[in-house]
Design a protein around this ligand. Structure first.
Ligand code: AMP
Length: 474
């Protein structure tokens, strides 16, 4: 650990991180170690090694670590190692920005808690109170939830926060950008027995710094490569819009044809772009689905579920809609254009190629985007590979070959074509307008096909009021 000269805070970085070859060395409880073994995790990841001891010692932590780095286990294992399982009031509270992330985090706790006797419940909005109430009534030691719903339960008196001593804020910056600042402050103020705060955030905007000063005591900073793109696991690639007459949508099709990713997420900067891009791709026979904040929560979950099952190939999303969702199963992220904010590049690309998988981050560039991309690559010291953009003719050839392949596959599934259609086909071929007629048919066929449910998977499936000091255990 080093001491930061200005603030006097201790900082853990990769450079001074103690070596840990095994989970046993981290000091987790025996029950937790058994759970970790059964979950199949072999070795601790950096963030887990860094957080283990200070977290179990009751220290406050500010952890700047990438999504997908194993941060959930980094707080779940120490918490599960120190909970009092004989008590039935919540002792630990985890807040996450979205329902999906809350469920994911809760799932990670459960995955390793099999031998601890843990009783826990995820609480989130968009669903009835019934099941959450039942669990809360029976008594739990851990609550994982979204800020709004946690406060709802608290206000109704169905969730007691008096005994919560450990408070985790996961993806704190995302919670703030989702407008939860006031809610989080209310939760802090309700936690009268609070002893320890573990704050995880990719970035530390002003409001979070304020929160740290107000509610945390001599936190240890754990700073693991937040602002670095993991060059080992992510290949950063750009394609340029070389055709002066060409559009970005055409470039996207060229890239999809030439890269042919099993599945990918296409990030757009605006909602209207997600809509236009989805429509454009669909019209050209690509299996693309839209994810933006105009979609209701249930629709978003359905889309994500279908992506995970490999039932769609391309997810076209805005940053906001993609927040907190697990897309680590996708091998490829495509930036339809460089993000407005350089940090978003990390958010987007950090989600592919998680832990032991390689990912590819592709950015489409017009001449005007060069400055933006140079800023990103300088900021994060990226090695960017420039791929040659296929020409319009090459792209059309690939597109055409694919459509013909798909139509031929269709022939295998639908071998019997009524005679009258064959006669029509022969007459079209003989007609002077044959090319235009067939083009029209293909267009209509693709438009129809886009609305049909996909029969086969096509991608590789796979408190204290302000100013008052809180009681400390130490
Ligand atoms: P997170 O950063 O918490 O979203 O974690 C990303 C993924 O890494 C999750 O799917 C975890 O199951 C997985 N993971 C966490 N810890 C380990 C580990 N020590 N070894 C391998 N995978 C892990």
């Amino acid at each position: 650990m080093s001491t930061d000269g200005t603030s006097g805070l201790s900082t853990i970085t990769p450079a001074n991180l103690p070596e840990a070859a095994s989970f046993e060395q981290l000091g987790y409880s025996g029950a937790v170690l058994r759970g970790i073994g059964e979950a199949g995790y072999e070795r601790p990841l950096e963030v887990q090694t860094a957080c283990a001891q200070p977290a179990m010692d009751g220290r406050d932590l500010v952890v700047r670590s990438k999504t997908g780095s194993g941060k959930t286990l980094a707080f779940a294992a120490p918490i599960l190692s120190v909970l009092d399982y004989s008590a039935r009031a919540p002792q630990a509270l985890v807040l996450a920005p979205t329902r999906e992330l809350a469920l994911q985090v809760h799932g990670e706790f459960e995955k390793i808690a099999g031998h601890t006797g843990l009783k826990s419940v995820p609480v989130y909005g968009g669903t009835g109170f019934g099941r959450q109430l039942d669990a809360l009534r029976t008594g739990v030691q851990l609550v994982v939830g979204t800020p709004g719903r946690v406060l709802d339960h608290y206000a109704r008196g169905t969730l007691r926060l008096d005994d919560v001593r450990i408070f985790v804020l996961d993806e704190a910056d995302e919670m703030l950008s989702a407008g939860f600042y006031e809610d989080i402050i209310q939760v802090f103020d309700a936690l009268r027995a609070l002893e320890q705060v573990l704050l995880f955030s990719a970035t530390l905007p002003h409001n979070i710094a304020k929160m740290i000063n107000r509610y945390m005591e001599e936190p240890i900073n754990v700073d693991l490569s937040t602002d670095r793109v993991d060059v080992e696991r992510i290949e950063n690639v750009v394609y340029r819009l070389t055709d002066p007459e060409g559009t970005r949508q055409q470039l996207l099709v060229a890239v999809l044809e030439s890269e042919d990713p099993g599945a990918a997420i296409v990030f757009c900067n605006t909602k209207s772009d997600t809509e236009a891009v989805t429509a454009y791709l669909t019209r050209r026979g690509f299996d693309a689905v839209l994810l933006n904040s105009n979609l209701a929560q249930t629709a978003r979950e359905r889309v994500m579920g279908r992506m995970k099952e490999g039932k769609h190939r391309l997810l076209v999303a805005t940053d906001i809609a993609a927040r907190g969702i697990d897309i680590s199963f996708l091998p490829c992220v495509i930036n339809y254009e460089p993000p407005f904010d350089v940090q978003l590049y990390i958010h987007r690309t950090g989600r592919t190629g998680r832990v032991d998988r390689k990912g590819r981050a592709i950015t489409l560039l017009s001449a005007a985007d060069d400055v933006e991309m140079r800023k990103i690559s300088a900021q994060y010291n990226l090695k960017v590979t420039e791929e040659e953009t296929p020409t319009r003719e090459e792209t059309l050839k690939m597109l055409s070959a694919r459509r013909i392949r798909e139509l031929k596959e269709r022939l295998v599934h639908d071998p019997v074509i009524p005679d009258e259609f064959r006669t029509i086909a022969q007459d079209i071929i003989a007609d002077g307008d044959a090319e235009r007629i067939v083009a029209l048919l293909v267009d209509h066929y693709l438009a129809e096909a886009a609305h049909e449910p996909q029969p086969e998977p096509r991608s590789e499936g796979h408190g204290h009021p302000s100013g008052r000091r809180r009681r400390r255990r130490r």
